[in-house]
Design a protein around this ligand. Structure first.
Ligand SMILES: Nc1ncnc2c1ncn2[C@@H]1O[C@H](COP(=O)(O)OP(=O)(O)OP(=O)(O)O)[C@@H](O)[C@H]1O
Length: 243
């Protein structure tokens, strides 16, 4: 990059629209987002505001390619590779982006049957470790550190998280998404089921991620959490299409 040139955004949306086709209503179309233009840079934590149903979660799901944009361009820039246009990415490219570049924390943990909490948390690192026993043990050691920091009692570490409480599952999800530092973090109510102490820890983790240069976009119904982490706020109502 030339001296003085602005750093390219880690996430960029240009002219993005999302319409849902409602198959149970004779194919009627529900326009949720329209004309979304935004650029998120390293070190930013952009908080999405707006009333319920405005499309905040939809915007994050578009960035994670859970939903496909009806119009527009969405690019995500990996650390050491050119930006990827995710509206046109292949499934293989999306898998790689999710593995190395985009973290997504929702309120819900996708539970993997029979895999212990420790291994669920370690998995993003053990995947990269291949057959290297020392790297696998280092990944497990890091997972123990994360489980401790997020106050998961040690008696739960070797159990699958399927039966854990909502708050415990949410903390496993956070640990799993934070153990491997990714350039872009999408956070959909990451503190929704957490007590005050764990909420404070998650605020610290978000600050630490921004300090290492991650770009973060988040939804926080708890206004105090949003205020504590936001470097910028966007009201999604400004991207509202005509219903
Ligand atoms: N898969 C889908 N199919 C049809 N409609 C959907 C789908 N996903 C979201 N919607 C609709 O899009 C609108 C926006 O939903 P979204 O979950 O993005 O809102 P939100 O701003 O995150 O709301 P909240 O603050 O209540 O979580 C809602 O009217 C919702 O019903």
């Amino acid at each position: 990059m030339a001296d003085g040139a602005p750093a390219p955004a880690l996430l960029q949306m240009r002219g993005v629209a999302k319409r849902f086709v409602l198959h149970n209503q004779q194919g009627a179309s529900l326009s949720v987002l329209d004309g979304v233009d935004l650029s998120i840079h390293a070190g930013e934590c952009v908080v999405l505001d707006g009333p319920s149903g405005m499309g905040k979660s939809t915007l994050l799901k578009l960035a994670y390619a859970n939903y496909r944009a009806s119009e527009g361009s969405i690019t995500v820039r990996p650390l050491d590779a050119p930006a990827v246009e995710i509206t046109a990415a292949t499934p293989r490219e999306l898998v790689r982006l999710r593995r190395d570049t985009i973290g997504y924390v929702s309120q819900f943990l996708r539970v993997i049957p029979r895999v212990s909490a420790l291994d669920v948390v370690a998995e993003p690192l053990t995947e990269d470790a291949g057959e290297n026993a020392a790297a696998i043990e280092a990944a497990r050691e890091q997972a123990r550190t994360w489980l401790t920091r997020l106050r998961i009692p040690e008696r739960l570490w070797h159990l699958p998280p399927a039966t854990f409480s909502g708050g415990e599952q949410q903390r496993i999800n956070i640990a799993r998404n934070m153990i491997k530092p990714k350039p872009l973090l999408l956070l959909d109510e990451p503190t929704a089921s957490l007590d005050a102490a764990n909420t404070r820890t998650v605020i610290d983790l978000i600050h630490e991620a921004a300090a290492r240069g991650a770009a973060i976009v988040g939804i926080f119904h708890d206004a105090e959490v949003g205020d504590a982490v936001a470097t910028r706020r966007i009201n999604v109502a400004e991207f509202r299409g005509q219903v």
